[in-house]
Ligand binder design. Sequence first.
Ligand SMILES: [Mg+2]
Length: 366
Amino acid sequence: MEITDVRVERIEVPLERPLGVSRGRSMSARGAAFVVVETDAGITGIGEGVGPESYIVERIVEEKYAPRLIGEDPLDIQRLWESMVTDTVYKDLKGQGLSAASGVDIALWDIAGKHHGVPVYRLLGGPVGGDLKPYASDLFWQDPETMAERAGSYVDRGFAGVKTHLGRGIDADEERVAAMRDAIGDAELMVDMNCGYDRPDARRVGRMLEDYDVYWYEEPLSPYDVDGLAALQEELAVPLAAGENEYTKWGFRDLFEADAVDYAMPDVMRCGGITEATKVCALAEAHGTVVSPHCFTTGVGLAATMHVVAASPACEWLEFDPTDFPVYEALFETPPELEDGRIALPEEPGLGVSLDEDVIGEFRVD
Ligand SMILES: [Mg+2]
């Protein structure tokens, strides 16, 4: 089998409800770069690279990687990964070169699964457990009552945990944590600061979160401050989570060696694809660190993440976007559904997703 074409399809989805995070920042649209790999066997693979800028992922995939991939055997996934990432004289250690390679890598795994007629997690040696346990990842910045009501609605739908995005000062944060804790009862509450604090404030806020039995305290600090994370980890009782801004097994090795996180959060669409995410999971396992991959993107990214989680004993919790994003469940051949707080694994060969023109067409950008 040979790769005959590699291209990127981009979409931009405007949001009715802007997603507010720390420091007054907010998202009013969400874009995506889908990588499509065609073969002479008639099998098409689909992946996604989260740059986050989709036009940069497109440029790197189509101009830098495609010429190296066309004519190659798509089943040579590891060798093609090296060809994109490590064989060059000047390396992209972190950043969008890795995001672009992640999208290609995911598409190659999709091809491999379709070629062998099995779901990707089977090729990775999974599944290691049964159904996946999702948490509802939403609860962006709004007034406390609205956030509490929304948090409660997710628990009513059957989610065993909910995640919120705070980081606008200890008093405003505490009002919202208290309201949400009250609304969700015994369900787990994860708190994400999206790198919103400096060291002293991160310490003060972390102590406040301990009073509300918060499950994890995510990205309190800049990802550049690994020593700061490690110090917080020593000082606080609330478990720390980070990793969505980290890349490759080498980046995660540094986080693990510094003992900077309890929960590692590689993003399959950024850290180096399925190939690299499974290695990060193995490294985490060796360090006694739990993995809950970061995943806040389209259905293609969700599927890739589900296959990684299904195949690693280090993984716990699936980040699930319950915001009715139009390019999410709709891209699955069998849309994931929450039943008794769990989501069943896909059973189709490959990733189990497709780029339905009826779904992505209206959001397409050139
Ligand atoms: Mg996060």
